[in-house]
Ligand binder design. Structure first.
Ligand SMILES: [Zn+2]
Length: 355
């Protein structure tokens, strides 16, 4: 019967230890309880030892009862350990969550982002053209060779079509695709989709295999204006360029045209504006001429009209375009264009809040 009394004592001990484990506040406290379980002097250990001298007939049943107690104790310790781990994890995550919350609050307050200088410039240009009565058109950056070259009267042998100048994606049997080298294919799409009159600007990112330097990057942005209507003349083109120039740069900046060649316009011109750095008196930026080249312009070539199915005996039109990055560079007085795609916040933050 001594063994029965021993079992009762061991059961009480197991229950007490289990409830202490459940109330343990830390892993260290639990480790002390585990030590007590393993202690040779514990009631459970004493009972295991007593089995050696027990009547062999009673051993299996006694052993099973001891095993049950041991299992209850192990489970209680395990549950307590899991609960402590969960509490500790929650405390750590909670603290980190608070940190993150504080960080986000701080960044909301201190680090308000803004539009990129190029985006701001593009939106400003769009606004000017919209105020002049133009619509804004868009097109894909991956273009067919036909839209990018052929339809624009750029023949097969033209150097711009060579793979060293353009990023071809796929040389197809019938039709190759490439990253558009200018925004002009948007105009092709526009003229195919819409009957004249057309008054639209086409802004977008374009790609050329240029080695980056102070005035070139392999990916840059253009904006192109297109007008197709009855009776459009070269003087309309000149007047539009002048309206745009004074709207964007201010009335003191003048524009002038110089003869040039482009396959998709005839006649063609390059347009220059008064140097914004020296106001026309001559400086290093304008090589002492007082003028800076801004872009290209001209009357839409009859062959382009033919390609898109517009009758050039009824309609005429003009187009002019220029680089948005170039304009942003000039307006912001950036000596090197490469800072624009680099996204260095020390540069970009200077133009925050301009729009
Ligand atoms: Zn100058």
């Amino acid at each position: 019967m001594e063994s029965g009394a021993g079992l009762e004592e061991a059961t009480r001990w197991v229950e007490e230890l289990s409830s202490r484990a459940a109330g343990a506040a830390s892993g260290a406290e639990l480790a002390k309880l585990r030590e007590a379980v393993g202690d040779r002097g514990s009631p459970l250990s004493a009972l295991y030892r007593s089995m050696k001298v027990m009547d062999p007939a009673l051993r299996p049943e006694f052993g099973r009862r001891l095993q049950e107690l041991r299992l209850r104790l192990d489970q209680a310790l395990e549950a307590a350990s899991a609960a402590i781990s969960a509490r500790e994890r929650e405390a750590t995550f909670g603290a980190e969550r608070d940190d993150l919350g504080a960080y986000l609050c701080r960044s909301r307050y201190e680090g308000v982002g803004s539009l990129h200088l190029i985006t701001m410039t593009r939106m400003e240009l769009e606004d000017i053209f919209i105020s002049l009565g133009y619509a804004v058109a868009e097109g894909p950056e991956v273009e067919s060779e036909w839209n990018n070259f052929e339809a624009l009267n750029i023949p097969k042998f033209h150097p711009a079509r060579a793979s060293q100048d353009s990023f071809f994606l796929d040389f197809g049997e019938e039709e190759s695709t490439l990253l558009r080298t200018h925004t002009s294919p948007i105009e092709i799409r526009l003229m195919q989709a819409q009957k004249p009159p057309i008054y639209a600007v086409a802004p977008g990112r374009v790609y050329r295999r240029d080695t980056p330097d102070a005035r070139h990057t392999p990916a840059f942005h253009q904006i192109e204006a297109l007008v197709v209507d009855r009776g459009i003349s070269f003087s309309n083109l000149k007047a539009t360029i002048e309206s745009f120039t004074s709207a964007y740069f201010g009335p003191s900046i003048k524009a002038r045209l110089r003869p040039a060649y482009f396959p998709f316009t005839e006649p063609s011109a390059e347009f220059e504006i008064t140097c914004t750095i020296c106001s026309g008196t001559g400086c290093r930026t304008c090589s002492g001429t007082g003028w800076i080249e801004l872009g290209g312009a001209g009357m839409v070539h009859p062959k382009v009209f033919e390609a898109v199915g517009i009758d050039h005996r009824v309609y005429s039109g003009f187009a002019f375009g220029f680089g948005i990055d170039r304009l942003a560079q000039m307006r912001a007085g950036l000596p090197d264009m490469r800072v624009l795609p680099e996204n260095d916040l020390r540069i970009l933050a200077q133009f925050r809040g301009r729009r």
